[in-house]
Ligand binder design. Structure first.
Ligand code: HEM
Length: 957
């Protein structure tokens, strides 16, 4: 009892304690803040309410600033005043500079990491560091040295981007850190290529410390945590230890080195220069002091530059025309030609101060990026005494006054009606860059950027950005000028980054582009990607010049672990040989008859599952059922073995089908996971899983193959077994190499499973959307089979013979129309093997990716007429109701030319048998008509989240 009482007391006291803290905070937040006094800025909530907007904090501030240029946020201490009024900013940062400081609070938060560095201190300490730093940063030695470092690292970055395709914020961060580190300490950190373990550890610790220090601003209990050395504060302490060890080691090594090279001129980096200065004032400039100075410098240079560059690239992706314009400016000014600049290193050495100064448009675009995405979105000072701002609002001693650089960039009253648009032109007059008032454009006013711009304003920051950005663009530009000056390439629709930005609506995005250009290019760092919806080009690449377009090494490399040397992965002779044998087999009557039997049996099984759901009025995920049933069908046809993934009766079968699905998904994942080869080498993550799944698939498949081979060698068994399935047929045709058989058969399974299942799912979807078509199909099926009893599914399925299927022309048209609008393979890419010119007169280069796009093509008015986007089975029928074929270069769902889908007839037969039985017996409706149905961006056009329908018994008549 005593124990219970103790526990109760502890809980009660803890709650009371928390309640008291809470009440105290509320009291401190609201008391003495002159809430009703209009001479203070209006109040917009408290720091606590800010937590709700944490993720979209700067956008939230922008919304408030639109209504009220200056406002107050209450906190348990003083108030925080936020402003976008340029007069206030000038007042705080310039006219009354001495009345405002960093403030005790900010210093408190940042001292652990940045010690007594320039970011943290005020007054004399700041003045002294500033003087020394300004002098050092303006020297020619440092300027030349830093530019050399930027060039080297930019060249390294470009190589990294071209080799590994890992552009993005992370790589820019690494590159910037390497540069700042080399300039700061004269040491190669090599974060970019990860070759220095210590460097990488330092970077990690540095990044984590940064984040943890920032976290202090929102975590009111950080001091308590620091006291107990727990949680985030304990990690911060550990990270700072790693940083300190690293930096102190560097300082002492550098000191020793300097002592040895007294006469050498090699003292270009900042640390060496500060060490020289420290010899004159050893008492003040201790190692600790040097560490603080240098770390502040690194923090100033790293995230700000890298972040801005990332936004810059983002804006260029969003504005391809501006990207092209900048690239043109660089080309014109640098004057690159192929003969002169063969390598990235050549290119970067050509970028001189003078050339940079001429790049006004680039400078404008970078500045415009900073206007909209300032590296430090909010910054401010703390009032050291009571004051009144120019807009008339009063400030109390201790209040923070913050200027909102991010919000300011979006204010109409500062930048005009188009404030939110990215328009480099606003900075140019007659093509010459025009600076703005620094109190309007505050991005460089924040200490960090000011610090940076000081380095050698305006050259330093711009130089780095330019070299970096335009080494990449330079290469692209060079490529497009290559060889034959008269050659023309397709218009640019955007970049591959745009595809990433539009990933979830990729086919919509590409359809929009196809509406503008029949054939267009997307720029990628590695090659051009050409997308065409022009039937003439499609015919050329798939048929006329077939030999020049194929899967290529790239696809083979990705697919071969799962699909081996199967028909899907190979080109040339290997492909020809398989195609020949497979085409023969697929056209035999034996296989045709056998597959029809399988389809009939499986659809009857499926109909029973639908019936059960229908009887209990349950929603059915019909896509899921089609997937299972298609796998069972193709498996049976391939191996002659029942997998029964539909009912899950075979444990081994279920295990196989799960492993096969996972292995397929992970193989596809390789197309977007750029690190898959490293993962494969280390056997980790998705690659380790892929390996395991392939093992499961292989064990199962090889067991089947070996048992079939054994049966073949046993004369008794041989005569008794039926040789209808693909495996037995291939075994008969002499082939007995298990690996070869495995590859061939797995390729059929992958080809036949998802394609048919997704097409059937979209078919049911369009029928739900067009009930009259659904009704018409059902009537046609009934008439074609002249049936009356639709309750016996087995009998019904059994009655669907070739002749009946032939009569179902409307069904054939309705399925074809579905495939026109929802092709199972929405985009299909080939690699161009040698330079070529397409029928439209534009050229493609060796290594370019050329894709035809069945999804976009199905929606093009110039191919299908004004009603291209409408679902109309009638467009496939003539006046007598006969099915009219279309050119396979217009209707590309099954590809065309020598590599046209081998299973086309097989797939139609399956889809028709399945639809005939299901539609004859049931009427389908979407379970939720309001819920939008969309695709999921994958190789096949899956319905995102499946297709949920309700099935109702169809009346017999
Ligand atoms: C609606 C169903 C189907 C559609 C829309 C479809 C579409 C396609 C497409 C677009 C290709 C070219 C892919 C590439 O570039 O590699 C293709 C190839 C192929 N398809 Fe189909 N397919 C379907 C069903 C099937 C079925 C059921 C099978 C076999 C049982 C099959 C077997 C193949 C094979 C073997 C190839 C490779 C042909 C070659 O490279 O020579 N397909 N199919």
């Amino acid at each position: 009892m005593d124990i219970l009482l103790h526990i109760f007391n502890i809980i009660a006291f803890s709650l009371l304690f928390l309640f008291m803290i809470f009440s105290f905070c509320i009291l401190k937040t609201y008391a003495g803040k002159s809430l009703k006094d209009p001479s203070y800025p209006p109040v917009d909530g408290t720091v606590f309410t800010r937590i709700f907007y944490f993720k979209r904090f700067y956008d939230y501030q922008t919304e408030v600033a639109r209504k009220q240029p200056t406002f107050r946020v209450l906190s348990p201490g003083e108030s925080d005043i936020y402003t976008t009024d340029t007069r206030n900013i000038e007042h705080v940062l310039k006219l009354n500079f001495n009345k405002y400081s960093k403030g005790v609070y900010n210093q408190d938060v940042m001292t652990s990491l940045l010690g007594q560095g320039i970011f943290v201190v005020d007054g004399d300490k700041w003045r002294q560091q500033r003087k020394l730093a300004s002098f050092e940063f303006s020297t020619r030695v440092l300027r030349d040295f830093s530019c050399g470092v930027f060039r080297t690292n930019a060249a390294k970055l470009v190589k990294a981007v071209s080799e590994f395709a890992v552009a993005g914020r992370d790589i820019l961060m690494r590159c910037t850190l390497d540069s700042i580190f080399k300039v700061g300490f004269g040491v190669d950190l090599n974060c970019l290529d990860g070759s220095s373990r210590e460097g990488t550890e330092f970077m990690k610790a540095f990044d984590e410390s940064n984040a943890l220090v920032y976290w202090r601003f929102v975590n009111p209990f950080w001091k308590l945590k620091r006291f107990f050395n727990i949680g985030s504060e304990a990690s911060l302490k550990n990270n700072i230890k790693i940083i300190d060890n690293f930096v102190h080691k560097l300082i002492s090594t550098k000191r020793n080195l300097l002592a040895l090279q007294q006469d050498s001129n090699d003292k270009e980096d900042i640390l060496s220069r500060f060490l020289l200065a420290s010899e004159k004032d050893p008492e003040q400039m201790t190692d600790k002091y040097l560490r603080d100075i240098i770390l502040s410098f690194i923090i100033a240079g790293k995230d700000t530059s890298a972040g801005t560059l990332s936004w810059f690239f983002y804006m260029l992706c969003k504005n391809p025309l501006i990207q092209e314009k900048i690239a043109q400016e660089v080309r014109d000014i640098i004057g690159t030609t192929e003969q002169e600049t063969n390598t990235i290193d050549d290119f970067v050495t050509k970028i001189t101060d003078e050339k940079l100064e001429q790049m006004h448009y680039l400078h404008a675009a970078l500045t415009e990026t900073l206007r909209l995405y300032p590296a430090v979105p909010v910054d401010g000072r703390c009032a050291e005494m009571d004051d009144t701002l120019p807009d008339g609002f009063k400030v109390k001693k201790g209040d923070g006054v913050y200027y909102m650089a991010y919000a300011m960039g979006r204010m109409d009253y500062i930048w005009g009606d188009n404030a939110e648009e990215f328009r480099p032109e606003r900075w140019l007059k007659n093509g010459i860059f025009q600076p703005e008032s620094p109190f309007k454009f505050v991005a460089f006013h924040v200490p960090s950027m000011d610090f940076l711009s000081r380095l050698s304003s305006p050259f330093f920051f711009t130089a780095f950005s330019v070299i970096l950005a335009f080494s990449i663009l330079g290469i692209l530009a060079r490529r497009s000028q290559k060889k034959h000056e008269r050659i023309k390439y397709h218009p640019i629709g955007g970049t591959v980054f745009n595809q990433l930005l539009n990933f979830n609506r990729l086919h919509h995005y590409m359809t929009d582009l196809a509406g503008k250009h029949k054939t267009y290019r997307l720029i990628s760092p590695f090659r051009n990607e050409i997308y065409t919806s022009d039937p003439a080009n499609v015919e050329y690449m798939l048929k006329t010049n077939f030999e020049n377009y194929g899967k290529g090494w790239y696809n083979y490399n990705i697919l071969r672990d799962l699909l081996g040397d199967g028909i899907f992965t190979v080109d040339g002779d290997k492909w020809r040989e398989q195609r020949k044998v497979s085409s023969y087999e697929f056209s035999t009557k034996v296989l045709r008859d056998f597959s029809s039997v399988v389809f009939r049996k499986n659809v009857a099984k499926l109909a029973h599952v639908v019936l059960e759901a229908s009887n209990s009025n349950q929603t059915i995920n019909i896509q899921d059922l089609f997937m299972k049933s298609s796998l069972d069908s193709i498996f049976k046809v391939a191996f002659g073995v029942e997998l029964d993934s539909m009912c899950g009766s075979s444990e081994e079968g279920t295990h196989f089908s799960n492993a096969f699905d996972d292995a397929s998904a992970m193989t596809l994942w390789r197309y977007v996971d750029l690190s898959w080869q490293i993962k494969k080498y280390l056997n980790i993550g998705s690659e380790a899983m892929l390996k395991k799944n392939i093992e499961v698939v292989d064990n199962f498949v090889y067991k089947l193959i070996h048992s079939k081979i054994e049966q073949m060698h046993n004369p008794q068994d041989y005569s008794s077994i039926k040789k209808e399935d693909i495996l037995s047929r291939f075994l008969q045709v002499t082939e007995t190499d298990p690996k070869y058989l495995r590859d061939i058969i797995l390729n059929f399974i992958i080809a036949g499973k998802d394609t048919t299942a997704t097409s059937l799912s979209w078919f049911i979807y369009v029928l739900c959307k067009h009930p009259t078509v659904q009704e018409k199909v059902a009537q046609e099926v009934k008439q074609a089979m002249s049936i009356t009893d639709i309750t016996n599914f087995n009998e019904l399925a059994d009655g669907i013979r070739e002749e009946a299927l032939e009569k179902m022309r409307y069904l054939h048209a309705a399925i074809t129309e579905t495939l026109r609008l929802y092709p199972a393979v929405p985009v299909d890419a080939k690699i161009c093997f040698s330079d070529d010119t397409l029928p439209d007169g534009f050229s493609v280069r060796k290594g370019d990716m050329v894709s035809y796009q069945p999804y976009a093509m199905g929606r093009m008015k110039f191919i299908w007429g004004d009603d291209a986007e409408e679902y109309k089975p009638e467009r496939w029928l003539d006046e007598n109701g006969e099915f009219q074929k279309e050119s396979p270069f217009k209707f590309t769902a099954f590809q065309a030319g020598p590599r046209i889908c081998l299973g086309k007839e097989f797939a139609y037969r399956q889809m028709k048998i399945f639809s005939a039985v299901l539609l004859c017996c049931f009427e389908f409706k979407l379970s939720n008509d309001k819920k939008p149905v969309n695709y999921r961006t994958m190789i096949n056009l899956h319905i995102d989240g499946g297709l949920n329908v309700l099935a109702f018994h169809r009346r017999e008549n």
